[in-house]
Design a protein around this ligand. Structure first.
Ligand SMILES: C[S@@+](CC[C@H](N)C(=O)[O-])C[C@H]1O[C@@H](n2cnc3c(N)ncnc32)[C@H](O)[C@@H]1O
Length: 263
């Protein structure tokens, strides 16, 4: 707890990014990864394999843009670097732990950016809740941040995460507010942005959240808008919270899919 407190304090980030919980969440992901490393491996390996399979088609030196790189657990950054690809890794926050992993590797550009364009306006609303909660507008042109055009864009385990911090805060502060339309808009805008790009896109993301008890699936929460992506090229399971991690008797499992868009 003390280490996490100081990591939070010492991580440089805009005030609103910390206020919305993105730094705390990044620290929590890293801590959960340490505790659940074994259970996460099949998902992390499947994500990396899906990325490497897409990259195989690209010439050496190609530009790859990864959205949601975060803790880098699911990014095969070393292989990609050694093979001579140029990587632009985007996330709202990169902890020092992720930066350290990349030391000594060349051709990697880390970009801290809110890919929804919503965070700062939402944070303003949190301080002015007498105003109307803002509606998401279009996402930023992230590819303008990288030198050269991307040859491949990867949306990496981020789609279902985009509304989470906003929704949690909105529910806490104004429980009567129905955030559903904003949640869908944040996700839909990301999908539309990916689909509008003039290069191949690999989207890896949750399809379902399953709650399991006594070895049986008790509840399934479907991730909205997933059907609009069509049939995934691959699916796998992510045992995100084995029994005892998030709940005494239940475990949480995500069904994850990979989609190839724009090709
Ligand atoms: C489930 S994690 C993806 C796993 C990550 N690649 C890793 O290995 O830790 C989702 C990532 O999305 C990032 N994220 C969430 N909302 C974001 C936003 N609005 N803009 C940019 N990144 C965001 C989080 O910071 C987090 O790193």
């Amino acid at each position: 707890m003390i280490v996490e407190f100081f990591t939070h304090l010492l991580t440089p980030a805009p005030k609103w990014v910390k206020k919305l919980g993105f730094v705390a969440e990044a620290i929590a992901i890293d801590e959960r990864y340490k505790r659940c490393r074994k259970n996460w491996q099949p998902h992390l390996i499947a994500s990396k394999k899906a990325i490497l399979a897409e990259v195989k088609e690209l010439p050496k030196g190609a530009n790859i843009l990864v959205l949601g790189a975060g803790g880098l657990h699911d990014v095969p950054y070393r292989c990609l670097c050694v093979d001579g690809y140029k990587l632009s890794l985007v996330d709202i926050i990169f902890l020092n732990a992720a930066r350290k992993k990349l030391r000594g590797l060349s051709g990697i550009n880390l970009i801290e950016r809110d890919i929804t364009n919503y965070g700062e306006r939402f944070a303003h609303w949190l301080e002015n809740t007498n105003e109307t909660c803002p509606t998401p507008i279009s996402p930023p042109q992230i590819n303008e941040l990288i030198s050269g055009k991307p040859d491949l864009i990867i949306s990496l385990n981020i789609l279902s995460q985009l509304p989470i911090q906003f929704e949690e805060k909105a529910n806490k502060i104004q429980p009567e507010l129905d955030f559903t339309e904003r949640e869908l808009a944040l996700m839909e805008q990301h999908i539309n942005w990916l689909k509008s790009q003039p290069c191949p896109v690999l989207l890896i993301g949750d399809m379902e959240r399953q709650t399991i008890e006594d070895g049986k699936v008790k509840e399934i929460e479907l991730i909205p808008l997933i059907d609009s992506l069509g049939k995934p090229i691959n699916t796998w399971q992510w045992d995100i919270a084995p029994q005892g991690e998030a709940h005494k008797t239940r475990s949480l499992r995500h069904k994850v899919g990979a989609w190839r868009l724009n090709s």
